[in-house]
Write a protein that binds this ligand. Sequence first.
Ligand code: SF4
Length: 208
Amino acid sequence: MHIARILYPVKVLGPGHRVGIWMAGCRHCCKGCSNPELWEFAPEYRTSMATVMRMIGTIHRQHPIEGFTVTGGEPFEQAEELAALIDKLVVISEDVLIYSGYTLPELREREDNFIDDILRQTAVLIDGRYQEELNENCRLRGSANQTIHVLNENYRVSYQEYLEQRENEIQNFMAADGIISVGIHRAGYTEALAAGMRFRGLTEGQKE
Ligand code: SF4
């Protein structure tokens, strides 16, 4: 499987202290995408389920995991691997939020058992391609065309409260190769970040 990064605690992409999982590979090519570096199934992102679960297990032993946010890239490009991963994640927390460029009807049309398995175990799906011109700083959504689907009713209230109580925030993580900026970014954020970092003589950062 191809996973670009795993971060904790992600607090800006769903309620609570979450593990964020960025899957690599995406064919949507949305204009203004936050993560074009994750479009390729690059060899450096190749990893195994054992490695991923070892990392998550280490986090779990030391910290509370209140949910998972799976994004990318396009998680459904690796439907088989994602289905296997979710089987394991839900043992820790059933609050699994997935971002996909595919819409829910598009996913259901594929009549793929792996996709059915994923959707059955997904608490919330945020779907649709990113449309830069519709980036209106919507809560949890990159653009206004995207929809928040609560697929597990047990999580409807907690997500409703989260959406009502919190503004979009950005969280920065220090990484060996720079700063990883996580959250729902406004249009043009990439250029502004790069210009700001160049101005300060810093390495260009990454963002989600
Ligand atoms: S679906 Fe997401 S990762 Fe893929 S191109 Fe669109 S914004 Fe980028």
